[in-house]
Design a protein around this ligand. Structure first.
Ligand code: ASP
Length: 435
């Protein structure tokens, strides 16, 4: 083939979205594993290389992206509405992880078929750690040491308090030089985060090969038995999403707090939900989310103009929920029972990590590396679930934007900033429940 032929072939290949190429690699790798059997496991080192790349990214991602997230939380820009919003955002994310954990504990999505697969992988959390120790260990005695050891929770803890320290210092100092220094510091973190996303996507480019190799290894070892767990994983995530939307957003917020019909809320939020499902990015969906809040749900701009952009950055209930579901999936696969303490650690890491997750396609998958590292579970799982991520990401993103709108509706209700005569509330299904 001529050189220009190769170049145009390469360009054609690159023009297909990376997640779809990974999806194809997932299917092809699985087929190769099924057909070739045991010899396909020779590809394992290629998969291992992908896993090493992911590991390399963990600490820099936490540091840069969390600093970027904490910058949004500067105390003076928040005020009373801000405190309500941030409180609810954190609370709903914690519920989302708990529901993700609860549903997957019931279903055990990873327990059928793959057990022997990663049997050799280390499962350091097999012995239940002491609860007091776990809580104490969240605070690092040496932040640099925690980062060097890849300690996820202590690193997150340090970065969050450091970021809050920076925003407070910025607000309280009159010294222009210090102010400028802090701004530069945050700007550098923003730049670092942008750069890390580029590196992540570079790693994902290699991930096309990595996922192919990992899947060839999985099916080469486990055969057809490996199909069911992935189907169960998707089903579990869907079930957890429905339970969360039903119980928290509709049951508690829309009906309980606002006293309105859940159908009305869903019809008002429909455009944003459908857009999120199709483009897999809550940041990309933001204009639609805002127009739903304004035109359909009758929420005043002074509320949604603040809560929705903030939500698209820091509130990721679907992403947080996914961490819970995937943690149980991973634990099932290596045959470990996660203790209650482990599961609390998942809630803590997932809620904090979701603050730093960018509202772009696939970022929740990278955050999974944090949760798995915290639990001492093998990072190969990230490679395994990457192939079905185009489906899981849609569910996550749809929950993410629905959560932003549900919290915005509650806060607007509390602050008398919602017009319940607006379209969605009144097109026949939208009357107040008490009417
Ligand atoms: N794609 C999601 C979002 O934009 C983030 C994720 O990957 O979980 O909200």
């Amino acid at each position: 083939m001529s050189q220009s032929g190769i170049v145009s072939l390469w360009n054609r290949y690159r023009s297909v979205g990376i997640v779809y190429r990974i999806g194809v690699a997932f299917v092809l790798g699985s087929l190769v594993g099924l057909v070739v059997g045991e010899p396909a496991t020779a590809l394992k080192p290629v998969g291992d290389l992908f896993v090493r790349l992911l590991k390399m990214l963990i600490v820099p991602i936490v540091v840069f992206t969390l600093l970027m997230g904490v910058r949004q939380l500067s105390p003076s820009s928040l005020g009373r509405v801000g405190a309500q919003v941030v409180g609810l955002y954190a609370l709903t994310s914690a519920f989302a992880v708990a529901i993700g954990l609860g549903v997957s504990n019931l279903v055990s999505p990873g327990s059928r078929g793959l057990e022997e697969l990663l049997a050799g992988a280390e499962a350091q959390s097999a012995e239940a750690p002491d609860a007091v120790e776990v809580v104490l260990n969240v605070v690092p005695t040496n932040p640099v040491g925690a980062m060097a050891d890849g300690g996820v929770l202590p690193t997150i803890f340090f970065v969050v308090v450091f970021g809050l320290g920076l925003t407070l210092a910025w607000e309280e100092t009159d010294d222009e030089q210090v102010k400028r220094g802090i701004e530069t510091f945050f700007d550098l973190a923003d730049a670092g985060a942008e750069a890390m996303y580029k590196v992540v996507w570079g790693a994902m480019e290699f991930g096309v090969l990595g996922v192919f190799a990992l899947m060839a290894n999985v099916f080469g070892t486990a055969g057809v038995d490996a199909i069911l767990p992935f189907a169960l994983l998707i089903g579990t995530m869907l079930l957890a999403a429905v339970v969360h939307i039903g119980l928290v957003y509709l049951g508690t917020f829309v009906v309980g707090v606002a006293g309105r019909s859940p159908v009305a809320f869903l019809s008002g939020a429909r455009d944003a939900m459908v857009t999120a499902l199709s483009i897999r990015s809550s940041s990309g969906t933001l204009p639609v989310t805002m127009s739903d809040a304004d035109e359909n749900l009758g929420i005043e701009e002074r509320i949604y103009g603040f809560t929705l952009p903030l939500g698209a950055t820091i509130n990721m209930d679907g992403t947080a929920m996914y961490q819970g579901v995937a943690a149980i999936f991973a634990a099932n696969i290596v045959g470990v029972n996660l203790s209650l303490v482990d599961q609390f650690a998942v809630v803590a890491v997932a809620v904090l990590a979701s603050i730093g997750t960018a509202g772009v396609p696939g970022s929740g998958l990278i955050m999974l590396t944090l949760v798995l590292t915290q639990l001492g579970l093998p990072l190969e799982i990230v490679g395994l679930v990457a192939g079905v991520d185009p489906i899981l990401d849609r569910i996550r993103t749809m929950v993410n934007v629905t959560g932003d709108l549900a919290v915005t509706t509650v806060v607007a209700t509390w602050n008398d900033a919602v017009d319940f005569t607006a379209d969605a509330w009144n097109d026949g299904v939208g009357a107040a429940l008490s009417d």
